[in-house]
Design a protein around this ligand. Sequence first.
Ligand code: SF4
Length: 342
Amino acid sequence: MKTTDSKNGLLKIENLQVEYITDDARVFAVNGLNLEIEKGETLGLVGETGAGKTTTALSVMRLLPPKVGRVIGGSILLDGIDIIHAGEADMRALRGSLVSMIFQDPMTSLNPVLTIGDQIAEVLIFHDRYNNRTDVNRRVDEILRLVGLSPERKNEYPHQFSGGMKQRVVIAIALACEPKLLLADEPTTALDVTIQAQVLEMMKELQEKLHTAVILITHDLGVVAQTCNRVAIMYAGEIIETGTVDRIFHAKRHHPYTEGLFGSIPDLTKKTRRLNPIDGLMPDPSNLPAGCKFHTRCPKCIDICRTIHPRSSVRDGHSIRCHLEGEGGVPVAGETAGGEQT
Ligand code: SF4
């Protein structure tokens, strides 16, 4: 397994490009994505459906659908390990122990014919964490208590639990071996609002207790405000803005897409007849526009946006990929100054 020094952080993704090949088209799902996460940090990855959020997470897990999805460029370093070039046996050892993923729908994540206790024990046994079944059982009880479930229910099957409880079981499986990185793909989307708040609170407590770094994939800015340290906004397969939660929610300057996202959230303190949604739709990922990928929907579009791909410029750790931000910012490492012609 190829490793390099990881002192700069836990996960470093540089210029990641991922495509899907279908019968009719070549779909460019992730296009030159750069992302970093520090140990113990929570990063909210926000964007519309089809922005490439889940594809990014699946690339880190090396779980892209075989023969259809593939990484065509860039690098992913996780705790110093080169994920793209790691062998399949190494990846099996890393999944669950170094990095885990919580999928959107707990109904399809759990095996309906195994008890929840057996499903948690399976991860511990696979990763050789304990010498005997007594220790495994003790750890299963411990992890169930940690996610707020009674160990007495470990011999029950998934259908005997409510949606919120099933998601707690999924989280228990993901955290059983205390991974350094947890990829949570819209973990509360299938839950009602009350249960959603409970599950998010529990995830936050566990993260603080276990010092796990979390990438929380969501399209809900409210969830991000409650749970994250940093935010990355994704559009058409690339990060268009990143910053601390405070910067993203309170800074004066934003990417026009981020402005659109905030403009479409109802504000209970203001009297408005209509919300202000972003016009148009995300571009077809098999036929992306030249220049800035947001230019077909951007109210601030200028001539250069139609032909030149903007670079990200950074001020005080707040990065924005827009031609209007060029002055005063510095290019992100690895990107060409002045943007790229597309
Ligand atoms: Fe809008 Fe141009 Fe900025 Fe893209 S680069 S977000 S089109 S102003």
